[in-house]
Ligand binder design. Structure first.
Ligand SMILES: *Cc1c(COP(=O)(O)O)cnc(C)c1O
Length: 435
């Protein structure tokens, strides 16, 4: 299968090229040229299949013509070696818990799949080490670093702003060792991002080493997020609740997660509609209301992984619906909540139903509380473990919460970083010296 650019200005590319390049040469985002549907026999049997079996069937439908099936199966099974349970919260509302992976956030799924696929392509053409550069304000760095940990043929450099990420986030990418190097930049997140971008366009570096990005716009990070929508449906079926109209509420920032869900629907998954749940960064919600897309600077909220002022996957949503605002509104509705509303929902759900949400999941849960209609079953994506936002969550519920063992383990590791100024010359010299 080939991949086209949402800007439609360049020739189509192979999966391999789309994954290695990340972004199309015309700055568009790659999309699969066809979205195949799964046979009805698959959906009849899906309630009997495991997460790994479902994911492999979906992956094979999409990537089967590009990767040897035994390799693909290994990649899928290795990526999804943790549970993604569907938990009943109250009424007709269920939580799809995506925080049981190594870094306790849904980004583990895409990051682990991409790491393994990129590793495979690199080893296949034996063209030497790939150097993945990633700038992080906290969460992306941990998912990417842990996803690539120990993957042969790939080396990862995580750039983060010194003193500006939480202790637990920092521990998740500075204590790993092996093929992961954490670079502590004396500057801001924007400085880190600028260093990475400068490296990608630097002729000397590109001549000397293979550079790649693990940005969320990469098809290998975005498409695997489809798998768990199918698994959610299978679990609802097992509970005898799948005859209801299914509504998926997705806490959305850059819109990669929800776009994967929209593609799952296109592949035949019986989801009636989606809710894109926003915090006060509600550019998409405003687009639904007015038909106008007006990006603006992000504002900080307690659901900070969704503080995005110009969602990068908006181009994919538009492309999927042929740029039709009407068609988009048929499948997707939106909402926007303040920090106060998010906090109220989190506290209320904990005290009344004994379910502890994280601030991002709380946005989507509230969307279902307010928006679910009779005859519908609602599933929201619980994108991170509440302990990742320990201080915020504790101050909202007035109790202390335990840190899961796998997060605690990071805290006990030894921090190893390379200290760097925010000027490009020093970073360039460093990259050349490691090769
Ligand atoms: C990244 C992230 C989101 C937003 O996901 P998108 O795919 O960017 O819309 C939501 N919640 C958490 C916890 C995240 O880390």
């Amino acid at each position: 299968m080939e991949y086209y650019s949402t800007n439609h200005n360049k020739r189509n590319v192979s999966l391999r090229e789309a994954v290695v390049k990340g972004l199309a040469a015309d700055r568009g985002l790659f999309m699969p040229e066809r979205i195949p549907t799964l046979p009805s026999a698959f959906f009849k049997n899906i309630g009997n299949l495991s997460l790994q079996e479902i994911s492999y069937a979906v992956a094979n439908t999409l990537f089967g013509s590009d990767i040897d099936s035994s390799v693909l199966k290994n990649i899928v099974y290795d990526t999804l070696n943790f549970d993604i349970p569907l938990i009943h919260v109250n009424g007709d509302i269920y939580s799809l818990e995506l925080f049981h992976g190594p870094t306790a956030a849904f980004k583990d799924v895409g990051a682990r799949f991409m790491a393994r696929l990129l590793g495979h392509f690199t080893r296949q053409d034996d063209s030497g080490m790939v150097n993945v550069l990633v700038a992080t304000s906290g969460d992306t760095g941990s998912a990417v670093a842990n996803g690539f940990l120990g993957v042969e043929g790939v080396r990862v450099f995580v750039l983060y702003p010194k003193g500006k990420v939480s202790k637990i986030q920092e521990a998740q990418f500075t204590t790993l060792g092996q093929n992961i190097t954490a670079i502590e930049v004396n500057g801001t997140f924007d400085d880190c991002q600028r260093l990475v971008k400068s490296a990608f366009i630097d002729d000397d570096l590109n001549a000397k080493m293979k550079l790649s990005s693990a940005n969320s716009i990469n098809v290998a990070r975005f498409l695997p997020q489809m798998f768990y929508y199918f698994h959610a449906y299978a679990q609802l079926l097992q509970r005898g609740q799948a005859d209801k109209d299914i509504v998926m509420a997705v806490p959305s920032g850059n819109f990669g997660n929800i776009t994967a869900g929209l593609i799952a629907k296109r592949m035949g998954l019986p989801i009636k509609r989606f809710i894109a749940a926003n915090n006060r960064n509600d550019i998409f919600y405003q687009y639904l209301l007015t038909g106008k897309y007006e990006p603006r600077a992000s504002i900080s909220t307690i659901a900070n992984a969704m503080d995005v002022g110009d969602p990068s996957n908006f181009a994919r949503v538009l492309d999927l619906y042929g740029n039709s605002h009407d068609r988009i509104c048929q499948d997707i509705s939106g909402c926007s909540y303040s920090d106060e509303q998010i906090g109220d929902t989190l506290a209320d759900t904990y005290h009344r139903h004994g379910y502890l949400l994280d601030p991002h999941g709380a946005v989507a849960y509230r969307a279902l509380i307010e928006g679910l209609k009779v005859g519908e079953a609602g599933i929201f994506i619980e994108t991170a473990h509440p302990a990742k936002f320990k201080d915020t969550v504790e101050s909202i519920i007035g109790e202390s919460i335990p840190i899961p063992e796998k997060l605690e383990k990071f805290m006990n590791g030894t921090k190893q970083t390379v200290k760097m100024s925010s000027g490009f010359a020093a970073f360039k010299k460093f990259l050349i010296s490691v090769d």
